[in-house]
Design a protein around this ligand. Structure first.
Ligand code: SF4
Length: 195
C-alpha cells in the first residue's frame, strides 16, 4: 500500500495535465496516515499550502487542527487530508470544472489505496462534487450520506469559518457527529482508547 501510494504521489508531483501546473509553486498531494479510516477533502491549495506543499496550513489549517484535536483526530495520528485539485488556483478562485475533471483521477486513486470508511467534505466544492450536486453547506452540513459503503458528510471549510465565525458552533457540532460515527463504524481510528 505504501508503495502504491508513493508511486501515485511521485506521478502527481510532476503532473502537467491542466493549466494550474503553470502557476503552482508546489503540488499539494495530501498528508496524513495511509491507512486512515477518515479522509477530509477540501477544494484546493491556498497560498500557504502552495508555498509549503502541504494541505491546510496557515490560519485555516490551524483552525482545522483545533477542531480535529477536540475530537482526538490529527493528520499525524489517524486521519488523511487532501483536496479536489492538487495545485493552487490563482488568487484562490474556485477550481474550474475542467481542472477538477483533470485532477479527480488522483483523488480517486488516493481513495482506492486508502479505502476510508468516512469522507468529510470541507466546503461546497468538494461536497457538490462528491456528495450531491447543489449541496448547500449551510443547510445540509452534518448530515450523513452513504455511497458505496462509505459514509460522507459535508461541513464548513475552515477558510469560510474564518470569514463567518458565527458558523463555528455548527462546525463543532459536525465534529461531534463525526466522532460518534467513528465510534460506531471505525476499527482503529481511536485505537480502542476512546472513552
Ligand atoms: S491540478 Fe491536478 S491535474 Fe492540474 S496540474 Fe495539478 S495535479 Fe495535475
Amino acid at each position: 500500500m505504501e508503495n502504491q501510494y508513493e508511486v501515485l504521489h511521485q506521478e502527481c508531483l510532476s503532473c502537467q495535465k491542466c493549466p494550474l501546473a503553470q502557476t503552482r509553486n508546489h503540488v499539494v498531494f495530501g498528508a496524513g496516515v495511509s491507512n486512515a479510516e477518515v479522509v477530509f477533502i477540501g477544494e484546493g491549495p491556498g497560498e500557504n499550502e502552495d508555498l509549503q506543499g502541504q494541505p491546510f496550513v496557515g490560519r485555516g489549517g490551524a483552525l482545522l487542527d483545533k477542531y480535529l484535536q477536540a475530537v482526538d483526530l490529527s493528520r499525524e495520528k489517524n486521519i488523511y487530508i487532501t483536496n479536489m485539485v492538487k495545485c493552487r488556483p490563482p488568487q484562490n478562485r474556485d477550481p474550474h470544472p475542467d481542472e477538477v475533471a483533470n485532477c479527480i483521477g488522483y483523488l480517486s486513486r488516493q481513495l482506492e489505496i486508502i479505502r476510508p470508511k468516512i469522507i468529510v467534505c470541507l466546503g461546497r466544492i468538494a461536497a457538490n462534487a462528491l456528495i450531491e450536486k447543489g449541496f448547500k453547506v449551510t443547510k445540509q452540513h452534518g448530515q450523513w450520506f452513504e455511497k458505496n459503503g462509505v459514509f460522507m458528510m459535508g461541513t464548513f471549510h475552515p477558510a469560510a469559518l474564518l470569514r463567518n465565525p458565527h458558523n463555528k458552533p455548527d462546525a463543532f457540532e459536525d465534529m461531534l457527529a463525526l466522532q460518534k460515527k467513528i465510534r460506531e463504524i471505525c476499527d482503529h481510528t481511536y485505537d480502542g482508547t476512546e472513552l
